[in-house]
Design a binder for this molecule. Sequence first.
Ligand code: ATP
Length: 213
Amino acid sequence: MSSHRSSPFAIGLTGGIGSGKTTVTDMFQQLGIAIIDTDAIAHQLTTPEGLAIPAIRQTFGNAAIAETGAMNRSWMRELVFNDSKAKKKLEQILHPLIRQQCEKQAADASSPYAIFAVPLLVESGNWRQRVNRIAVVDCMEETQITRVMKRNNLSLEQVQSIMRAQASREQRLAAADDIIENEADLSVVKQRVKELHEQYLKLAKNMTISAEQ
Ligand code: ATP
């Protein structure tokens, strides 16, 4: 029998822009669950001390780095929006580093299971193999649009263009093992999160028991 555990039972949590991923992961975090946030990691990698900065400078030149030493986000956003090769190059720098940091955080996690929050999980094939289960935060597209227009002060067209670049609601739902509906009152969402939490605790326990046999 071995008590060695390299990383806990893993849930991949995703959802379209403004669906409520952060709202939901905050609820899991309040239940003591480790959240591994790929957006936060990507951001961290491109801060002045970030691990991706040397490679970004080497690949894209000094213009890609702001005076602060961080990645020049608006410059990069503009570039990758218009140039798919540049987008791929940036991804080739960031994705392996994001994965590395995720694994590090997963290995350090002390909760019975961990949640990888990955906005583009359905779009990137690799993630599906890494996680034991996929949870999708779902709401109507109209709700996403209203929330993001309000929160980010964007026009309808801007939000729709972001949504077009993401997987469709149907594609995400087709990939889901569990759906967290986030249309109504947050107390309803909290109840669903509690229910899933109980289920994940059981699944994580079963996995540990079978790994020890
Ligand atoms: P993004 O994809 O942009 O990171 P997200 O999926 O993490 O977004 P949140 O930031 O959790 O989504 O939610 C988007 C906005 O909608 C926030 O302003 C949040 O407060 C609000 N919101 C989320 N869920 C609800 C809800 N059930 N009722 C009302 N407002 C909500």
